[in-house]
Ligand binder design. Structure first.
Ligand code: ACO
Length: 430
């Protein structure tokens, strides 16, 4: 029998009973639907600190224990044994694919990597110093104007084609944004290359000389993409769900997710971490910097630290920290001064009562930027890399929502604190 909760208006003694709903793991949630009907009140939860916005079977996080499961599988096991495209199919379909299923998915992704040639012309409208996230968000939204054959969101086959298209084309779109910023011609995808190797080739090869893809770089990127692939109802995923809940074109919903990811409190943190490390400069300046972070009158934050859900080590940060040294070693870049600085900064912060008492630990972005920069990826492209990986999660959540016959438009309510009703005054009387 489910646990019952009761909410009682102490002035009128009117009580409403509500059922707790249990998931497979994690805390129960209270179904508050009866509250508005019986008591005429809404719940108030700014920032959704205590609200489960949806039911989902995709990803589970235990923030206190530092656990992250994709469809039940620990992210540590997937990081060690899987590949990004296998994880993408796991997130979308719910099961680990058989060899034949994975081959078929990889084949389909590879065959959808080219974008309509007209789309490539859109980049010409952007100034060379446009942020790549602005370009990616705009180009993804404009895909809604190109692929009219798959816009019936209630048709499973249409949804599948959309899913394969967006996962396949995002690297092409991202690399073209980077090439535009350099003033170089965009590079067409190569179907003989794997997902991340193809992305590196599109970003770094030029028509005038051969480019050798570094397998260490491709492997590191694949691992980072696994770690970034999904994270349940985070800000960008919730944005994709909310936009998609109106029945909007799915490319438009993904574009909304790209925009939400861009902020420095979310996916933009990887870029902000390196800017922060640059501004700190040397180990000698760490104490001065942390004094600013702790000063309530200063808006500076220790970027890459803290998380809404994790009040313990972010399991992804642990994996990335470990891989950081291995990747730098393999690339022959262990004398990376930013890595040294970040290790020291982490060590000092983890002993500092300000961070300890607030349970602020390194998150996934504290180290990801260091690996990206060691791979030669420019800072402005860090969040774009995140967006490519997170597209798998966005698609899985969008699919889960749209295929649910109970899908409802997302429409939160508010606590109104503006003026009460008042009458219009003609301008002479104001
Ligand atoms: N540096 C300094 N203080 C911090 C930090 C930080 N990075 N993060 C939280 N705090 C402090 C707050 O000032 C607050 O202190 P107070 O209780 O004295 O007022 C307390 O810790 C709680 O912080 P909130 O902002 O209320 O926590 P919230 O859950 O809303 O924010 C967030 C989480 C946005 C991630 C925050 O920790 C932050 O801004 N971190 C830096 C940005 C970052 O790394 N973002 C990436 C997150 S991971 C991702 O999206 C991929």
């Amino acid at each position: 029998m489910s646990t019952k909760y009761e909410l009682k208006n102490l002035a009128t003694s009117k009580a409403t009973q509500m059922d707790a709903i249990s998931g497979t793991i994690g805390p129960d949630v209270i179904n508050i639907a009866a509250l508005v009907k019986e008591q005429g009140v809404f719940t108030f939860d700014p920032g959704f600190m205590a609200t489960a916005s949806t039911e989902s079977k995709i990803t589970y996080i235990d923030g206190d224990a530092g656990v992250l499961l994709y469809r039940g599988y620990p992210v540590e096991q997937l990081a060690e044994k899987s590949s990004f495209l296998e994880v993408a199919t796991l997130l979308i379909t719910g099961s680990l694919p058989t060899k034949a299923q994975l081959d078929s998915f990889q084949h389909s992704i590879t065959r959808h990597t080219m974008v309509n040639e007209q789309l490539l012309r859109f980049y010409q409208g952007f100034h060379h110093d446009a942020h790549p996230m602005a370009m990616v968000s705009a180009i993804v939204a404009s895909m809604a104007a190109f692929y009219h054959d798959t816009t019936d969101i209630y048709d499973p086959r249409h949804r599948e084609i959309f899913a394969h298209r967006i996962i396949a084309k995002l690297p092409t779109i991202a690399a073209a944004a980077y090439k535009h910023s350099l003033g170089q011609p965009s590079v067409y995808p190569r179907n003989d290359l794997r997902y991340c190797a193809n992305l590196l080739n599109m970003m770094f090869s030029v028509p005038c000389e051969p480019y050798a893809i570094d397998p260490v770089a491709a492997e590191a990127l694949d691992l980072l993409f696994i770690l970034h692939a999904d994270h349940e109802q985070n800000a960008s995923t919730s944005t994709v769900r909310l936009a998609g809940s109106t029945g909007a074109n799915p490319y438009a919903a993904i574009s909304a997710g790209v925009s939400a990811l861009w902020g420095p409190a979310h996916g933009g943190a990887n870029e902000a971490v390196l800017d922060m490390l640059d501004s700190i400069g040397t180990v000698a300046n760490i104490d001065k910097f942390l004094a600013r972070v702790k000063d309530k009158n200063d808006s500076v934050r220790l970027m890459g630290f803290g998380h809404r859900v994790y009040k313990n080590f972010d399991p992804r940060a642990k994996i990335i920290r470990g891989m950081c040294y291995r990747v730098l070693e393999k690339l022959g870049k262990t004398d990376n001064p930013l890595f040294e600085l970040s290790l020291r900064l982490e060590e000092i912060a983890l002993k500092d009562d300000y961070f300890v008492s607030r349970k602020l630990y390194p998150n996934v972005d504290f180290y990801s930027g260091i690996i990206y920069s060691a791979l030669g990826i420019p800072r402005s492209m860090f969040t774009v890399m995140f967006a490519i990986a997170r597209t798998a999660g966005w698609v899985a959540h969008w699919q889960e929502m749209v295929s649910d016959p109970q899908m409802k438009i997302g429409r939160p309510r508010q606590l109104y604190t503006g003026p009460k009703r008042r009458d219009y005054l003609v301008i002479e009387k104001r």
